[in-house]
Write a protein that binds this ligand. Structure first.
Ligand code: HEM
Length: 498
């Protein structure tokens, strides 16, 4: 080849390279600067308020600072106004700018939606308001139904729905009883070993493994041991991922965790996630559920997260509140004794527990295990009076909505199960979209009845066998770590009743 043609080929490749680089740079500038700035202008022109866009990082820095500050100390034991601790930055922005506000999640603006009619519009319309794409790390956790595109989601939801029909729950009740009863027996055994009627323990890890155990038994049936192993691996994986996600938010968190030996470096994290996935696949294969193995794995992952962390959160805060409000603990015990005596709780009876249901609804209002719901705006769309450009995201801040006096009255921040005495519809004055512990619309939690049934079973057995109070060692510190959890555990004192 002649020298001149080599030179001309090289210069044209160089030219193409430079043009590609310029295009990539221009696109990057558009996504991380021009687009956010354009959306900011549109939002502000409609009266929405928020911080000015900070290149690439958005509000991450003040968000990390707010979380660090809020979670550095417990709150007052009698404080059920948990938003400042559970969602510190959303709460701060809400306080500074009011309900018509937005935050910057990196370069994504997230508009706060709190009006009932706007919430209804957003959660009922999956086409215009899909779930936003998760970060690669979060995708390890949020799999299955939560992560699928519309059509695949509809297909999977249709396949999975029947497993959660109410009459099917009747069939899983014995397995729920079995797991709950084992926990009660172990507590009693610990008392017997000490020759005492009293036992102090941190109930949170117990409740957490209880709800994992219940899923293992109910989802895997005769392959219970396989299921148990899958969920154990899942838990390790979730914790690793959560730690990694946490370290993105809180500067210095990873270093601190590493010092304590809780988190390894990124490579090790990747390796562990990978090997866990492999092992889960093998066990998933063995449990032979008659579905595509990868699909089963993904749905299992989600059931683990959806089913274990949320239900144990509900049970945990119920125990805390019933310890703090012994009159409600006594009312609930009276009801359980009236309905079951010392018999094993059955399906019909659990469905008739009115006081226990009121208590659980009120706990879910003040301590929603999932404190916010997030959606994306696909293309420009109107939500009430607002015009939201494509690329905007939406936050429905469940916990702020649940404690809003404009919606729930002056006692909104107080524990008062009585408000649910005539059901959810009456308590919300017909605006059921202001009560969102299980989300709403077509993506409403598939496991809500399952979770409530499990919580009623566990609570009934606990109330039949023990009275309980908070230990002086308990520090009130709800924190958002995947779900709403007790930062320092939940130390209570159990008293055996008979
Ligand atoms: C107290 C317990 C529970 C709470 C508070 C809860 C809360 C929620 C919420 C708020 C959503 C909607 C999220 C969104 O729209 O972005 C959801 C979805 C979901 N939950 Fe639950 N959940 C609980 C228990 C369970 C259980 C026991 C299971 C399964 C065993 C489960 C499985 C799911 C699944 C699969 C989805 C995704 C549904 C879909 O996208 O179609 N959840 N949950």
């Amino acid at each position: 080849m002649e020298m001149s043609s080599i030179i001309s080929m090289a210069s044209s490749s160089l030219g193409i390279g430079i043009i590609s680089l310029v295009i990539i740079l221009m696109r990057a500038v558009y996504w991380v600067y021009l687009k956010p700035k354009r959306i900011e202008r549109i939002l502000r022109s409609q009266g929405l308020k928020g911080n000015s866009y900070n290149f690439v990082y958005g509000d991450y820095k003040p968000m990390a600072m707010a979380i660090k500050e809020a979670t550095s100390n417990p709150i007052n034991l009698n404080d059920d106004h948990i938003a400042p601790r559970a969602v510190p930055f959303d709460h701060l922005i809400h306080k500074l700018y009011g309900k018509e506000s937005f935050i910057w999640f990196g370069s994504n603006p997230r508009v706060n939606i709190m009006k009932p009619q706007e919430i209804r519009m957003v959660i009922n319309n999956m086409r215009d308001f899909p779930k936003p794409r998760n970060s690669p790390l979060a995708r390890y956790l949020l799999t299955g139904l939560l992560a699928l595109p519309d059509q695949k989601w509809a297909k999977h939801r249709k396949i999975i729905n029947p497993a959660f029909y109410l009459h099917k729950l009747k069939l899983v009740l014995p397995a729920m009883y079995e797991s709950c009863n084992e926990m009660i027996k172990e507590w009693k055994m610990m008392m017997n070993e000490k020759g005492s009627w009293k036992l102090e323990l941190d109930v949170y890890p117990w409740l957490n493994s209880l709800s994992g155990e219940v899923i293992s038994r109910t989802a895997f049936g005769s392959s219970f041991e396989e299921g148990r192993r899958v969920f154990q691996l899942q838990k390790e994986q979730a914790q690793l991922t959560a730690q990694a996600l946490h370290s993105l938010y809180i500067p210095g968190w990873r270093e601190e965790a590493m010092k304590k030996g809780e988190a390894a470096n990124d490579d090790l994290l990747g390796l562990l996630l990978e090997s866990n996935n492999k092992e889960i696949k093998e066990h998933g294969n063995k449990s032979n559920m008659g579905m595509n193995t990868q699909d089963v794995i993904n749905e299992c992952k989600l059931f683990y997260l959806g089913g274990q962390e949320t239900t144990s959160s509900l049970l945990n805060w119920t125990i805390v509140l019933l310890s703090r409000f012994p009159n409600w603990q006594e009312k609930a015990r009276e009801e359980v004794n009236l309905v079951f005596g010392s018999d094993i709780p059955d399906y019909g009876g659990l469905n008739h527990l009115k006081v226990v249901s009121m208590i659980l609804y009120e706990v879910l209002r003040l301590y929603p295990p999932i404190p916010t719901i997030v959606r994306a705006v696909r293309n420009e769309v109107k939500v009430g009076d607002l015009r939201l450009p494509g690329g905007t995201q939406i936050t429905i801040p469940t916990v702020l909505i649940h404690e809003d006096p404009e919606m729930w009255g002056e006692d909104a921040k107080e524990f008062n199960p009585e408000r649910f005495s005539e059901g959810i519809s009456k308590a919300t004055k017909g605006e059921i979209n202001i009560y969102l512990p299980f989300g709403g619309g077509p993506k409403i939690c598939i496991g809500q009845h399952y979770a409530l049934m499990e919580a009623k079973m566990a609570l009934s057995l606990i109330l039949q066998n023990f009275s309980f109070e908070l230990s002086p060692a308990y520090a009130h510190a709800p924190i958002m770590f995947l779900t709403l959890q007790p930062q320092y555990g939940t130390q209570i004192i159990l008293h055996k009743l008979h």
